[in-house]
Design a protein around this ligand. Sequence first.
Ligand SMILES: [Zn+2]
Length: 156
Amino acid sequence: MPSPTPESDDPRDHGAGNAPAPAPDDSCLCGSGEVFAACCGPILAGDRDAPTAEALMRSRFSAFALGDTAHLRRSWDAAQRPSAAELEASDDGDLRWQKLRILDVDAGGPGDAEGVVEFVAIARGSEGKVRLHERSRFRRVEEAPGWVYVDGEIRG
Ligand SMILES: [Zn+2]
């Protein structure tokens, strides 16, 4: 009798912590109160650019929740962007990102070149609750997805 292996080749098991993609009229993963199709959905799909730094931040939270590394990479400033392999290696598939709370927004609007978004993101994993409090810097770009993440300062 074969012994069970800890690693499964079943693609459905890949990134077991990742949420299933919401239906268009489900509430968005980022907690904005909007439906997915009117919030992060079209930004993740590349159908629409993020109009503000906060919208980009929200779409990145949804991408973390979904395990959408393609969106995470393209929404990262090219100078800081990790490779797909680095991102894959740092992905803790065990974490399920569940909640995003925006604490502060400084600039990052349609008329701004830069913006700062401070947030708390909550995840659950096998070791319990994980809380990330970060103040992130964003920069407007001409190309998709409209804004990119530059870097962040962990606040605790
Ligand atoms: Zn959203």
